[in-house]
Design a protein around this ligand. Structure first.
Ligand code: 6PG
Length: 470
């Protein structure tokens, strides 16, 4: 007998917590997992919420447990497992039923799945969910893509389970097909840049200045009370304060310096390049994770590659400079992420509401920060050139703080400390403040070796050639 309003497949950490969140908001959930022993185990530990959870041992049971039109959340590993889950469900569905992929999918896959399922009469929603385990259980930020009519069928549930910011749910339908997963991917790209920039500041304090993790943690705790207020600053403070119970050493000192990555950062960079954009701070952060993984090479390089020979350490850096530099660099990373969203929106016809996107990132998600409220306000106002860096409030913020970023990059460079994301952010800023750059020379070179032609500054049209005589 149909008893549940919504179904969920995939009782891993995120799926299980999302199911509990939905049940707690008063919506009965039918749950299924490929390894069926996990179903009973999950319900057995759900306490009072078990009464709102309906076990489904097969895809057919799951379909039978749901009221029409069926809505089923898929929370399995991205890629082939999502397709396999869809294939297993399809024979048990009716036209109009809705499948919701709530994992971190590549938006190209979401577009493909949406087109294929629509052609068969089903509906498909690509739903980005951010906030990790805690968010899934108590309120994530939710970025929805797909047909608006499909979203309308599940909107009450999505809004009920989302995080709230000043009582407004951090969930929204952002556009058709892959829009939700694209926005989630760029969210993660910004997450990569922010984490990398924090790590770079940590590197200066720890490796150049020799401060202890606990001292640096205290600094982040302090900064978290100011304009850098953010979830990532908050957890950085906590992480740096932690001690390894086994060795008694700072926890961060016993963790191997090789960063994992599951793909969303890389997808952000790939899509940026495909759209003719460069989210350079995100690119640098993805690259830095890759460099972190060539530990063997770095171990040999440490003995053979020379650092700075000069004793000039460069400009003095006060703690306040580090705070200001991080703030400026963070704004630039956000600006690049939002420019990428705007470019994708044009390309795919999503009409993304960038202000609304910033609003639903204000709570629940990993990049939630004090800046997002100001970013939302900026996107609702005058935005010359379409970029956040030219919104009056952010132009002011950058002009006030860019000197600190400049000093940080100079100091890091002179002392041989790598700061790839901070340096990328600074170069972006410096590029954008030059009305005339250096690409004329690139054009001349292209024309010289390949007769590619160029535009002139003093005449209309293109296809001009230089007097190279070759
Ligand atoms: C979130 C996180 C979440 C997850 C990332 C981590 O918004 O809740 O971004 O999606 O933590 O997948 O990605 P990496 O493993 O690539 O760092």
């Amino acid at each position: 007998m149909a008893q549940a309003r919504i179904g969920l497949i995939g009782l891993g950490v995120m799926g299980a917590n999302l199911a509990l969140n939905i049940a707690e908001k008063g919506f009965p959930v039918a749950v299924h997992n490929r390894t069926t022993s996990a179903i009973g185990d999950f319900i057995g530990t759900a306490g009072d919420l078990a009464a709102s959870l309906v076990p489904a041992m097969t895809p057919a049971d799951l379909a039978a447990a749901l009221t029409a039109p069926r809505a089923i959340i898929i929370m399995v590993k991205a890629g082939a497992p999502v397709d396999a889950t869809i294939d297993a469900l399809k024979p048990h569905l009716d036209p109009g039923d809705i499948l919701i992929d709530a994992g971190n999918a590549d938006f190209n896959d979401t577009r493909r799945r949406e087109a294929a399922l629509s052609a068969e009469g089903f509906r498909f929603v690509g739903m980005g969910v951010s906030g990790g385990e805690e968010g899934a259980r108590n309120g994530p930020s939710i970025m929805v893509g797909g047909a608006p009519e499909a979203f309308a069928e599940i909107e009450d549930i999505v809004l009920a389970i989302a995080a709230t910011y000043q009582d407004a749910p951090c969930a929204a339908h952002l556009g058709s097909d892959g829009a939700g997963h694209f926005v989630k991917t760029v969210h993660n790209g910004i997450e990569y840049a922010d984490m990398q920039m924090i790590a770079e500041v940590y590197g200066i304090l720890r490796q150049s200045d020799g401060r202890s993790p606990a001292q640096i943690g205290a600094l982040f705790e302090d900064w978290n009370g100011g304009p850098l207020q953010s979830y990532l600053a908050e957890i950085t403070a906590k992480v740096l304060a932690a001690t390894d119970p086994e060795s008694g050493r700072p926890m961060v000192d016993v963790i191997l310096d090789r960063a994992g990555q599951k793909g969303t950062g890389r997808w952000t960079v790939i899509e940026a390049l495909k759209l003719g954009q460069s989210a350079s701070a995100i690119e640098a952060a993805v690259g830095a994770r890759s460099w972190s993984s060539v530990k063997d090479l770095r171990e040999i390089g440490q003995d053979r590659l020379h650092g700075p020979q000069s004793s000039d350490p460069g400009p003095i850096l006060l703690d306040a400079d580090l705070e200001r530099a991080l703030l400026a660099a963070r704004v630039i990373a956000y600006a690049q992420g939002f420019s990428l969203l705007a470019a994708a929106s044009d390309e795919f016809g999503w009409t993304l509401d960038l202000a609304r996107t910033a609003e639903i990132w204000r709570a629940g998600c990993i990049i939630r920060s004090a800046l997002l409220d100001d970013i939302a306000t900026a996107f609702r106002g005058d935005l010359p050139g379409g970029s956040l860096i030219l919104a009056p409030a952010f132009t002011r913020l950058l002009n006030d703080n860019i000197g600190a970023l400049r000093r940080l990059v100079a100091r890091a460079s002179l002392s041989g400390q790598p700061v790839p994301a901070m340096a990328a952010a600074l170069s972006y800023f410096d590029t954008m403040r030059h009305a005339r750059g250096t690409a004329a020379l690139i054009q001349a070179q292209r024309d010289f070796f390949g007769a590619h032609g160029f535009e002139r500054t003093d005449r209309d049209g293109d296809g001009y050639h230089g007097p190279w005589g070759n």
